[in-house]
Design a protein around this ligand. Structure first.
Ligand code: HSE
Length: 320
């Protein structure tokens, strides 16, 4: 590693929010969204180790203790391995909802990894930073699922062939896709949403699910929007998690009646996403979904986004 005098004193990294699972791909597929996400500032300090200077944009719900926050957890893991002759102070600016199913902890983990790496002179590639971010996910949700951190890191649509070896594949995708995400104002803890899932899956259901996942991946690769849309069908996880989301059934029906091409739960919820191909459809579908949530007693936020190609970046991000 170069002398610390040549290194930057402060860097800011951005990592985007993500939609994972996409119906049939529990834990193995996800995509990055534009705009929403986390900014992490990393500053070099004389004092060794990692300090957490502050967190904002989270309504005070995230840990302020550096031993419990995912961003500082990831930063500490990187410092422990790379042993620079300085410490790092971290500030997290959250610009996305927490506990929403949009990969909030993943965005913090990825932005922290990228920022600390830049402060150290970029010794690691994004691929080498990925396991640190996955460990961050394990730290906060008891499961090292890579389907939020991977698209947040690399951008685009990412398929993870092997979640242990982190065999991650960036898929091509049709440029017309527009994602409508509605975030109702309740929180679902990922750890709980995972705990209620079955350990065993009947073979007949597994066959339907891997048929759909194959269709989803083929749809992305072939640019066949109707194939990918009809493959956003989850016969294993969605039926169990639906009951955690008030109004789930009517929100999904409202999206489909408003001519969405597909609709499912984003990650572990409570956000729900729908797929459309233009802004006018996005507006109509988003309105219908929000109205259905309101009828179930929930206010919500609406995010309409295309796919973020670049993933995590150092601010100012180039190519945006
Ligand atoms: N694949 C993970 C899950 C994503 O569904 O539990 C968590 O956001």
């Amino acid at each position: 590693m170069g002398s610390s005098r040549q290194l930057r004193k402060q860097v800011i990294a951005f990592a985007p929010a993500t939609i994972s699972n996409l119906g049939s791909g529990f834990d193995v597929i996800g995509l990055a969204l534009e705009k929403s996400g986390d900014y992490v500032v990393a500053e070099r300090t004389e004092k060794r180790g990692v300090q957490l200077i502050g967190v904002d944009g989270d309504n005070g719900v995230l840990p302020r203790d550096a031993r419990k926050n995912v961003a500082t957890y990831v930063a500490s893991a990187i410092l422990k391995d790379l042993k620079p002759r300085f410490g790092v102070a971290i500030t997290v600016h959250k610009r996305m909802p927490v506990g929403s199913g949009l990969g909030s902890s993943a965005a913090s983990a990825v932005a922290a990894a990228l920022a600390v790496n830049a402060l150290l002179g970029n010794p690691l590639s994004k691929r080498e930073l990925l396991p640190y971010a996955v460990e961050g996910e394990r730290f906060v949700s008891d499961a090292g699922h890579p389907d939020n951190v991977s698209p947040s890191m690399f951008g685009g649509v990412i398929f993870i062939r092997d979640v242990k070896k982190l065999d991650v594949i960036q898929l091509p995708y049709p440029k017309k896709l527009v994602w409508v995400v509605v975030h109702p104002h309740i929180e679902i803890r990922t750890a709980y949403a995972r705990k209620i899932l079955p350990n065993k899956v009947p073979l007949a259901k597994a066959v339907l699910q891997w048929g759909n996942l194959g269709g989803l991946i083929a749809g992305f690769c072939l640019g066949n929007i109707h194939l990918l849309a009809r493959s956003i069908e989850d016969v294993i996880v969605e039926p169990v998690r639906a009951r955690l989301i008030p109004g789930f059934k009517s929100v999904k029906s409202a999206a489909m009646e408003a001519r969405a091409l597909a609709c499912s739960i984003s990650g572990s919820g409570p956000s729900m996403f729908a797929l459309v191909t233009n802004q006018a459809d996005a507006k109509r579908v988003g309105r219908a979904m929000q109205k259905a949530f309101r009828r179930a007693g929930l206010n919500s936020d609406l995010i309409v986004s295309r796919i973020n190609r670049e993933g995590a970046c150092l601010v100012p991000c180039v190519g945006k």
